[in-house]
Design a protein around this ligand. Structure first.
Ligand SMILES: [Zn+2]
Length: 104
């Protein structure tokens, strides 16, 4: 049983110009089309070079789709979101295993 905590908080990646925390906070804006063109380009540029944020983005995007399908666009209860998040993360994690190789 390995403790698989994949959380590169401080990566020394050269792409790491934006703070990952800020990117993750802004991902919902990106998903909701609520950020301007410049911010969007910056976020997408970061996602291109940052597998962990890209994974987070994939999870959030699928989460948003599922939530809008299940709840008709209303905000989902946190419990539902949490459950979906776990499920989605599991599948995204499998998909992204090859990308994650680079993090080590
Ligand atoms: Zn990042």
């Amino acid at each position: 049983m390995s403790n698989e905590t994949v959380r590169p908080d401080s990566s020394d990646d050269p792409f790491e110009q934006l703070d990952c925390t800020a990117v993750i906070a802004d991902i919902w804006l990106l998903l909701d089309n609520e950020c301007d063109t410049g911010a969007r380009a910056r976020l997408q540029g970061h996602l291109d070079g940052c597998p962990s944020c890209l994974e987070h983005y994939g999870v959030q995007r699928q989460l948003k789709e599922l939530v809008s399908r299940k709840c008709g666009g209303d905000a989902a209860p946190e419990s539902l979101r949490e459950r979906l998040r776990v499920e989605i993360r599991r599948s995204v994690t499998i998909t992204q295993t090859s990308v994650r190789r680079d993090l080590g």
